[in-house]
Design a protein around this ligand. Structure first.
Ligand code: FAD
Length: 495
């Protein structure tokens, strides 16, 4: 496995190129083929905190990365109108309160609420409080250290991120070929070379399909089937448009429910990204574009672009000597900003299972099994948002009636009966993530952990009072997000 060929140079292709250049060492040649004429999908600008692990592993400096990508910080996702029109909640990163012994913190909040306590879950989240005040920064007196209980991710310009990683990868020896792939040539069930439309051939031992929705190698040449999940997550289109940058760069992504889907808002330094994800059975493209344009908070830059998609994943994302990454591997709507993360975790998995000269059938099977488990857990999390909504439009009514997977039904039943949340294996979303979305969508437990009753009423008041004070104090250590960007990671490129 000396010659690795990456087909496609979007976010997925350049993330793979950068990681292989960093981790595979000198014995491998990495070549990336991309076509400027075809271009990239051009969206995918909100992330989750795990991206820090990827950037750190590559040795990327945070400030340099944010300057190069016109980036901003992200403390969570605000869901506006999902549980009912006019109601909001945030899925904030980081911790909420502190576990006491065996009892997770939220059971004490549930006990307090049952006796009439007025504080909600987010009163104990330093990140939710900071996001509501548009603050973000490390502790001022100790630069570099973040207030305790907080976690953060980024918003960035996807094109600039790919360009940033391209510079990184090319500096480390990755060879880039500009050209259009016409065909994947095969020998004995393996791909041996890519033929470009001008006749050039790019031979290799191991191929990474990053050709986006086209899935040229995994879907085309390898004929790996596609599991369609549209019955569970029926949105199938997005209209995307950028608008002028906002005066205040909010440190969170916003997801606003619309009549047949939802609209994202991703604030960057030089512009704001917006998109309307919807289901074409319930709304026309013209209506979706007009709703998008009527909810921008700055002048639109160009016309909305229509992107069609089918939710689902490749049955085998690794087949023979081809592995698919990014959109070629499948797609779930960006409701919880998970796609770039799925690229990152697949790259880690490829490195874990990197093939040698022996038969890799068992490794390939294990890779595919783990990949599928990761996708299915995220799928459940997304379905939850639609299944427990409080809206009256036909699209949302259909969402409530969806026949949900047993794994999600079990999780909901457990939470509703006893407030318990159990994480499965090494699934992506933590208990505190599930807790916020279930609570935010109006799922209410009937009781709480009996051991949360072991402290007295007075002790409960004191414990929760201190937790709320702590959360506020952590948020108070931060400064306005705009000010932090100005001081620390303002893009040199201007606006
Ligand atoms: P692309 O960007 O489509 O790149 C494909 C590459 O393959 C291009 O370089 C293209 O030129 C090349 N190519 C294709 N065919 C050929 C050929 N014949 N010859 C040569 N080259 C070829 N993810 C998130 O994490 N957060 C988000 O907020 C988010 N929002 C999204 C919103 C929408 C509407 C969509 C559709 C996706 C979103 N995503 C998001 C997903 C994210 O955009 C993708 O996961 C990410 O950009 C990776 O895309 P890609 O590199 O696989 O594909």
């Amino acid at each position: 496995m000396r010659d690795i060929v990456i087909a496609g140079g979007g976010t997925a292709g350049w993330m793979a190129a950068a990681a292989f250049a960093r981790f595979l060492g000198g014995g491998h040649n990495v070549t990336l083929v991309e076509s400027d004429a075809i271009g990239t999908v051009g969206v995918g600008e909100a992330t989750i905190p795990q991206i820090q692990n990827f950037n750190n592993a590559l040795g990327i400096d945070e400030a340099e990365f944010l300057k190069a990508t016109q980036g901003s910080y992200k403390l969570g996702i605000e869901f506006d109108g999902w549980s009912a029109p006019g109601k909001k909640y945030i899925h904030a990163f980081g911790q909420i309160g502190r576990q006491l012994g065996f009892v997770p913190f939220h059971h004490y909040v549930l006990r307090d609420q049952q006796r009439g306590g007025a504080r909600d879950l987010w009163s104990y989240s330093p990140t939710a409080i900071a996001a509501a005040q548009n603050r973000f920064s490390p502790v001022q007196e100790r630069p570099g250290q973040m207030p305790s209980g907080t976690a953060w991710a980024y918003h960035f310009d996807a094109g600039l991120y790919a360009a940033f990683l391209r510079r990184y990868a090319e500096d480390k020896g990755v060879k880039r070929i500009e050209g259009k792939i016409a065909e994947a040539q095969q020998q004995e069930g393996r791909i041996s070379a890519l033929r470009l439309d001008d006749g050039r051939q790019v031979g290799g031992d191991f191929f990474i399909d990053c050709t986006g929705f086209a899935a040229l190698l995994i879907g085309g040449a390898m004929e790996s089937g596609f599991d369609d999940w549209s019955d569970l997550l029926p949105c199938n289109r997005a209209a995307a448009v950028q608008c002028e940058a906002a005066f205040v760069i909010t440190p969170y992504t916003r997801s606003s429910a619309r009549a047949a889907g939802w609209q994202w808002r991703i604030p960057l330094q030089h512009r704001t990204g917006n998109g309307h994800v919807y289901c074409s059975d319930f709304m026309s493209d013209d209506e979706a574009a007009s709703i998008l344009l009527s909810h921008l908070d700055g002048a639109a830059i160009g016309d909305p672009r229509l992107i069609k998609f089918t939710t689902g994943m490749r049955r085998d994302s690794w087949k023979s000597n081809v592995v698919a990454l990014g959109l070629a591997a499948g797609f779930m709507e960006p409701l919880e900003s998970t796609s770039i993360h799925l690229v990152q975790s697949a790259i880690e998995r490829i490195l874990q299972f990197f093939p040698g000269d022996t038969d890799a059938a068992a490794d390939i099977e294990e890779y595919n099994r783990r990949t599928q488990a990761e996708w299915l857990a995220i799928r459940d999390f997304l379905i939850l948002h639609y299944h427990r909504n409080g809206r009256s439009e036909a699209f949302w009514e259909a969402g409530r009636k969806t026949d949900i997977p047993k794994s999600l039904a079990r999780r909901l039943a457990l939470f509703e009966s006893s407030g318990r949340i159990m994480r499965e294996g090494d699934e992506l979303f933590t208990e505190v993530g599930w807790l916020q979305v279930m609570t935010g969508q109006g799922v209410t437990p009937q009781s709480w952990h009996p051991m949360a009753g072991q402290i007295s009423d007075g002790q409960l008041t004191e414990f929760l009072g201190l937790a709320a004070q702590h959360a506020n104090a952590q948020a108070d250590k931060m400064i306005p997000h705009n000010q932090w960007i100005e001081q620390y990671c303002k893009s040199d490129a201007g606006h």
